[in-house]
Write a protein that binds this ligand. Structure first.
Ligand SMILES: [Zn+2]
Length: 105
């Protein structure tokens, strides 16, 4: 399951708000209560890289997450570039063909 930060703009009161969800679904305006507003933009938060001291921690929301991201640490790297490389390599084929012997995550 992916995890998204959705950006909404209300068609009625024109206010803007954001919401995190496991899909790019419609939301209700928190300001005036107008329903079924579709996000005008969304940012994929399935994978994140956070700095922890001298290390960069790669974090991923597993496919089993639904109502909350349930982030898991998948690796620590000396540079942000290495962490990005690792996450990119997980994307290519990891979900389609999980290797035998790999558990968790
Ligand atoms: Zn509104």
């Amino acid at each position: 399951m992916a995890w998204f930060l959705n950006f909404y703009r209300c068609a009625r009161c024109r206010r803007i708000w954001t919401d995190e969800w496991s899909c790019t679904c419609d939301d209700e305006c928190p300001h005036c209560g107008a329903r079924d507003m579709s996000p005008f933009d969304s940012e994929n938060l399935t994978e994140l890289i956070e700095r922890d001291g001298d290390e960069f921690v790669a974090i991923r929301s597993p496919d089993t997450a639904e109502r909350y991201p349930d982030y898991r640490e998948v690796g620590r790297f000396p540079t942000r570039e290495k962490a990005e490389e690792f996450l990119a390599s997980m994307d290519s084929g990891f979900e389609a063909a999980p290797r035998p012997g790999m558990t968790d995550i």
